[in-house]
Unconditional design. Structure first.
Lengths: 586, 343
């Protein structure tokens, strides 16, 4: 009796406290978001006093917001500090590079006045010098002109030992130096001719006037406020705010050479695929990405959404382990590898589990990088009879009648049971199950294994199943190093085979062929386009004949676009390259 | 009481130290932070080697722990890769209030946690308040009307609620109230996020966006907790002192509200007290589905990237909160139940 008020006070107090805290929190949340004005002050941008103010030109009217969902949050907005797809694609809004690639794969000058070529003197005869002329009209969003010094600064920052950038490619490997000839002209010198410069060089330029003071003061730009709140950029939109885990927004930038029509870009982070699907159907988002083929019908059902396939170099494929140290002995015989291809009905898999028109059976690793794919090659047909003959001829027969072929190797009976590994994606598990049944018909057993994605991609020292060669066939979707112009030399070189002595090596298939080494080396330094395409044709012919790569299907990125948003032309290399043309219907 | 508190706090120090050692050891099993860097294909060999060196990941585990604990401003780091340290370290270590920097975002861990904590508290405390009020009312109501039609219905509903997977409930609610209601022209709720950019960040928008996630959390937890309240209430109602109270002429309602409820609520308080620190951790599944930017998602996102400084930061924060709330619960308990003496 006496104690009852205490209990009720305690409970009531707890509830009241919860409610009070809950009520306080919304007011506190907005202050947690970086305020553009504060951020500008923090980065100490010098005011562009002596520069022509954009007020002279009539202010274009901006209207409407495009809403986009990302399934992962960018880890950093400075693209040199992030390898994430979602971080890099935002740069098309606010941090343009020298040029972009449109939806047809053509180059579009952005900061550069023109694309350097041998004809305009931009590329030297020996291919070791590229001269970039900047567009004098290109200015940072605060009005400061973009100069050759910004390019030199960007190069210095990437190569500085004080900055922990994600990648120094291609600067570390190919670039000998970058210098400013005058305010608008930068000269890039290569240590050896470098063919893929167009898709890799200065994809982004850093603002020297903002970041140099930070570097001077802190000794590094790792912690620069600009990396998180880049209030000064160069593109049709400017950074507005980024609230961790929630959203990023960008607003129209009238200072850009191609002013946008939209007022705002709003990117919502929606990590769950099913929730993203609901948001697309409900019309809560205008653009969504990383959709799968089986979602198309559902998303387009309402008539308000269109799903478009944008190739960005990716193909779903089997990577075959041919490392004598780790692979099943049968994998070392090219005829067995060919039999595996012939015993797999990829045409039915694509028809049943995917959308044939979007995901045709893939042949080559470079098929999504036109014009480099070898179109003269046809996918290995589905021919179980020939597969059986090849296996018989290779000495793999079912001697004990258990339905699985075997062979006597050094006095020991070895079953033809192959380790087929991939990650835990549902579609891949379904493919594994179908393939297991198909192989059974020719007497190949499949040991299906699935790893979570982080384990699957672990390196040699962390027990990564691919890196350590704990497999015979690994399935995943992959792409050449750069797109649309490929530069893949890492994955099939003898020198990059992963091992205890070379744990970071990326040749996880253990493939070593001096002929392949030579072809891969030559493609990197061959500047003549036709000759380089021919080298790639030869590389693909070799991979096809040696059967170290079995393509499953072409794997373009699937994007949803709400009809409300007009003029969206997504490209595989510079996804949002024409964001300045986007419009919304009210 | 003061002695008791001081003793408990003194015990907490070695407790947290041991927890930190165990957690740090477990972190080593999370994989390689530079394995993918969040990209769709693994990074180049040269970049992996350089990043591992620059981020100090090539150091032995005990050195990495020491750096995490006391910092590295007494060390010279080898940033240029010549095998000789030349750059002075900047870290001060968790003992000096520096939780380190994320390997993924390069930002201070404390800053990242501070970004998410208000969102998580807003969601979780609102849900917790709803859970407490609803489970007490439903639990007490069904105990008082044991085996009535309503009690049986509540029992059935609780079992359904308790056994429903969170993700399924969340997506079902989303499809009904956000997708289909909109299609049918009814008043509808938003699918994801905290506000609609076209309207702006207003309290009304926030409440609209909170309804579904709060409902999800509340339905799941209330189902279990109301059963707990019901059974402890039933147990008390059958005690002799309630019968005595009634026999000496106390009205039914005074016997129930004066004697039964408060005794039945004591174990519930223990449960809530132990629950509160975990509110800081957020709700992983609910936050993920409704795109709520809270701590649960921070933890999961950075687990996938093996970002051990962030994981250590969050886990140590929760560990400290558990220790503190255990002490608070014990103190509150002694205050509510005079049979318990702390000294």
């Amino acid at each position: 009796m006496k104690r009852f008020p205490r209990l009720s006070t305690a409970l009531g107090g707890l509830v009241a406290l919860s409610l009070a805290l809950a009520a306080c929190a919304p007011a506190a949340t907005p202050t947690a978001a970086p305020q553009p004005t504060q951020a500008t002050a923090a980065t100490q941008a010098p005011a562009p006093t002596a520069l022509p103010q954009p007020t002279a030109a009539p202010q274009p009217a901006f209207s409407g917001t495009a809403k986009i969902t990302f399934t992962q949050e960018p880890d950093n907005l400075n693209p040199y500090y992030s390898s994430m797809f979602f971080s890099q694609i935002t740069t098309q809004f606010w941090l343009k590079g020298l040029w972009s690639f449109d939806d047809a794969g053509n180059t579009v000058p952005e900061l550069a006045a023109e694309i350097p070529s041998a004809a305009n003197g931009g590329v030297s005869a020996d291919g070791k010098t590229v001269t970039v002329k900047l567009n004098p009209a290109a200015t940072w969003s605060d009005g400061t002109p973009v100069t050759a010094d910004d390019l030199v600064f960007t190069y210095d920052m990437i190569m500085s030992d004080q900055n922990v950038v994600q990648s120094r490619y291609p600067y570390e490997d190919y670039v000998a130096g970058v210098e400013a000839r005058d305010a608008q002209t930068a000269v890039v010198t290569f240590s050896e001719p470098f063919a893929a410069w167009q898709t890799t060089l200065f994809k982004w330029v850093l603002p020297k006037h903002i970041l140099q003071p930070v570097f001077d003061q802190e000794g590094t730009i790792d912690q620069a406020e600009w990396n998180r709140a880049p209030t000064v950029g160069v593109g049709p939109f400017t950074f507005q705010e980024w609230e961790s885990g929630s959203h990023l927004s960008f607003r129209a930038n009238a200072n850009w050479i191609r002013p946008p029509k939209l007022e705002q870009i709003f990117i919502q982070i929606v990590p769950d695929d099913a929730a993203q699907e609901a948001a697309i159907i409900a019309g809560d988002t205008d653009i969504g990405v990383f959709l799968s083929s089986d979602q198309i019908e559902k998303l387009e059902a309402g008539g308000a959404v269109k799903v478009v396939a944008v190739p960005s170099g990716y193909n779903e494929a089997w990577f075959l382990n041919v490392n004598p140290e780790t692979a099943h002995p049968a994998m070392l015989d090219v005829n067995v590898r060919k039999a595996i291809a012939l015993a797999t009905d990829r045409f039915t898999i694509v028809k049943d589990l995917l959308v044939e028109s979007i995901n045709p059976v893939n042949v080559n690793f470079w098929d999504a990088n036109p014009p480099f794919g070898n179109e003269s090659l046809e996918p290995y047909p589905y021919d179980p009879e020939q597969a059986k003959q090849l296996l018989d001829a290779a000495g793999w027969t079912d001697s004990d009648g258990d339905g699985v072929r075997d062979k006597n190797i050094d006095g020991q009976k070895v079953d033809l049971k192959l380790r087929y590994i991939t990650n835990e994606r549902e579609l891949r598990k379904n493919v594994q199950a179908v393939v297991q049944q198909q192989w059974q018909l020719v007497g190949i057993a499949a040991d299906l294994q699935n790893y979570s994605s982080d384990v699957y991609w672990n390196g040699y020292n962390d027990g990564g199943p691919q890196a350590q060669g704990l497999y015979d066939i690994a399935e995943y979707s992959s792409t050449p190093n750069s797109f649309p112009d490929p530069d893949s030399s890492d994955n099939w070189l003898c020198s990059t085979i992963a091992s205890a002595d070379n744990p970071d090596g990326l040749n996880w298939q253990g493939y070593c062929n001096p002929q392949m080494d030579e072809l891969l080396r030559r493609q990197a330094v061959t500047l003549d386009a036709a000759e380089r395409i021919q080298i790639y044709q030869d590389i693909q012919q070799l991979m096809y004949d040696e059967v170290i790569y079995i393509g499953l299907w072409n794997d373009p990125d699937l994007w949803s676009i709400n009809n409300r948003l007009k003029n969206v032309r997504l490209s595989g290399a510079s996804q949002f390259w024409n964001a300045h043309e986007w419009e919304v219907t009210p | 009481m003061t002695t008791y508190l001081l003793r408990r706090l003194a015990q907490a120090v070695p407790q947290l130290f041991i927890i930190s050692v165990i957690l740090f050891a477990l972190m080593q099993g999370f994989g390689d932070p530079v394995a993918t860097l969040g990209a769709r294909t693994p990074p180049r060999q040269e970049d992996k080697e350089r990043l591992r060196r620059m981020l100090g990941l090539d150091q032995p585990v005990h050195i990495q722990y020491l750096v995490w604990l006391v910092g590295n401003d007494w060390l010279k780091l080898d940033m240029d890769g010549d095998g000789v340290g030349e750059t002075p370290g900047q870290r001060r270590g968790i003992l000096r209030g520096d939780f380190g920097n994320s390997l993924v975002t390069r930002r201070p861990v404390l800053e990242m946690i501070a970004d998410r904590l208000p969102n998580t508290l807003l969601l979780m405390l609102t849900a917790e308040a709803a859970i407490i009020v609803l489970s007490l009312s439903i639990g007490i109501y069904s105990a008082l009307r044991q085996y009535s039609l309503i009690d049986n219905l509540i029992t059935a509903a609780s079992f359904v609620g308790y056994s429903m997977p969170v993700f399924w409930l969340a997506l079902t609610l989303m499809y009904i109230f956000a997708v289909n209601f909109r299609r049918w022209g009814l008043p509808y709720l938003p699918t994801v996020g905290m506000f609609d950019p076209a309207v702006g960040r207003t309290p009304a928008e926030l409440i609209r966006h909170m309804i579904l996630p709060v409902a999800t959390l509340t339905i799941i937890s209330t189902a279990g907790y109301s059963r707990f309240v019901r059974s402890s209430m039933l147990e008390v109602l059958n005690q002799d002192y309630i019968r005595t109270a009634r026999a000496k002429g106390l009205s039914r309602s005074r016997a129930i509200w004066g004697h039964a409820v408060q005794n039945a609520a004591l174990p519930f308080i223990t449960i809530i007290g132990l629950d509160l620190p975990f509110l800081l951790a957020g709700a992983v599944v609910t936050e993920r589905i409704f795109a709520w930017p809270g701590m649960g998602r921070l933890f999961i996102d950075h687990t996938q990237r093996s970002d051990y400084p962030v994981l250590m930061g969050i886990l140590m924060l929760i560990a400290a909160a558990v220790v503190v709330f255990q002490i608070i619960t014990d103190v509150v308990y002694s205050f509510l139940d005079p049979r318990i003496r702390l000294d």
